[in-house]
Design a protein around this ligand. Structure first.
Ligand SMILES: [Zn+2]
Length: 454
């Protein structure tokens, strides 16, 4: 395929924008996208009552500690595993064969917080994409739980917020989306071994990596149970935090050299994913994007994906109450400790599920993130030439170039480049940051990709 090129001057850019349809490319600024009819129906179907039932059922297994019983039918992680598997299979039964459910088991050898070889099982539902099934988006919650002592596999550890809430999110998404036909593949996973050291997600991410899977986005939902800190501070029931790193965990020394030279610490693929989430957040929810990989001294399953070069982020509630996390259930000085169902707000969890649904659906319906985007640095000029690999989506309409001042947090300008794979624009690459995103015939836009020097 020959390279298709275009040259854009700023006056030409203005002309393009002036004739564009409402909601299409704007000459300056970008604005949030409205959900289409299908997404509105999906958001409406997300049911706080079902989420509540899931959280209550998971808490009722007593403990879901990774080292707890795998054979007791009523108590322990094995019973929880089997219940999640059955539920997901029930949803898959309504998917006309598009959704498959698997138990992904492996033996974790002796390692920190794993005193004897232990079978760890992820429960994974995969909804195959209708148009570009090789393009994958992953969403997880972890179904293991813990008490005060991370090695205590016996005491009650209801883990309602951490992380039955996240598992309830991914299960509700699987239920609602099973009957739909997203263009890309969506993977809903309840992972285990998180509290012992992210072992379940580490295995899952490695299996995907070994298979050469094209995971273009991953989200961990971990501690998404309430907007109320129960500590006297004002509830913040519309806000969910999204932690997204800037400098990639997987950055190579060569990439680090480039970054030190010309910047880009705010343009890693996960940061672009964060901008995308903010762009599609549904009404009634406020995604507070935090430019960090995670909180101080904390982590979650997104790190397993970041380590393998996959863009990823972590959703979590706006403010935590540490008396309700990683604590034995007890009353001390009149204070109730423990991760109990009574501290969860199911309307809040449903809101987080809607943020996830809007994100996943919008990602799946849009074209994939442009690949191989480079900025031509062979000659010193006051123009900018960008090149990329043409996408293969059947409904691909073309590309947009976005840019912003180097001091600005988010994209400020966008111009349509047409269905080309090279564009020259009369703006100096030294003065602004660029990104390229793909657009389909319905106006769905991919996350932006920042160019690497040629
Ligand atoms: Zn957790």
């Amino acid at each position: 395929m020959s390279t298709r090129r275009t040259v854009l001057s700023l006056s030409a850019a203005a002309a393009v924008a002036a004739t564009a349809a409402p909601g299409a490319a704007q000459a300056s600024g970008t604005r949030p996208r409205k959900p289409d009819a299908q997404l509105r129906a999906i958001l409406k179907e997300i049911d706080p009552k079902r989420i509540e039932a899931t959280v209550r059922r998971l808490a009722a297994f007593g403990t879901r500690h990774t080292l707890s019983s795998q054979t007791d039918p009523a108590r322990g992680i094995g019973a929880a595993r089997d219940w999640i598997f059955e539920q997901l299979q029930g949803y898959a039964a309504r998917s006309a064969g598009r959704m498959t459910v698997e138990l992904q088991s492996f033996v974790q050898p002796v390692s920190p917080r794993i005193p004897a070889p232990t079978t760890i099982t992820n429960v994974i539902a995969t909804l195959r994409g209708s148009r570009t099934p090789e393009r994958i988006y992953v969403v997880t919650g972890h179904y293991d739980s813990r008490a005060s002592d991370v090695m205590d596999a016996v005491s009650d550890a209801p883990g309602a917020d951490d992380d039955a809430s996240g598992v309830a999110v991914i299960m509700e998404l699987a239920r609602v989306l099973a009957t739909r036909e997203p263009e890309a593949t969506l993977v809903f996973a309840a992972v285990a071994g998180e509290e012992q050291g992210l072992y379940g997600s580490d295995h899952m991410a490695q299996v995907l990596k070994d298979a050469g899977a094209d995971v273009q986005g991953m989200f961990s939902n971990d501690i998404v149970g309430t907007g109320d800190a129960h500590d006297g501070t004002r509830p913040d029931n519309r806000t969910v935090r999204l932690f997204v790193e800037g400098v990639p965990t997987s950055e190579t020394p060569a990439q680090a050299n480039t970054r030190r030279s010309v910047g880009g610490e705010n343009d890693g693929p996960s940061r672009q994913l964060g901008r995308f989430v903010k762009d599609v957040e549904p009404e009634g929810a406020d995604v507070r994007v935090v430019w960090r990989r995670d909180r101080y001294r904390r982590g979650s399953d997104h790190i397993s994906f970041l380590l393998r070069g996959y863009p990823a982020g972590r959703f979590t509630e706006p403010r935590e109450n540490f008396a309700h996390e990683h604590q034995d259930v007890r009353v001390e000085d009149g204070v109730q400790y423990g991760d109990l169902v009574e501290f969860c707000d199911f309307g809040y969890i449903a809101r987080v599920a809607r943020v996830n649904a809007a994100t996943l659906w919008s990602l799946a319906q849009a074209p994939g993130t442009p690949r191989g985007v480079v900025i031509d640095t062979t000659r010193l000029t006051n123009e900018t030439t960008l090149r990329w690999q043409p996408g293969t989506e059947p409904d691909l309409a073309g590309y947009e170039v976005v840019w912003r001042e180097t001091t600005a947090p988010d994209w400020q300008h966008v111009v349509r480049a047409g269905n080309v794979s090279e564009v020259t624009i009369d703006l100096s690459k030294d003065n602004v940051f660029f990104g390229v995103r793909a657009v389909d015939t319905d106006g769905n836009r991919s996350p932006a990709a920042a160019p690497q020097p040629s």
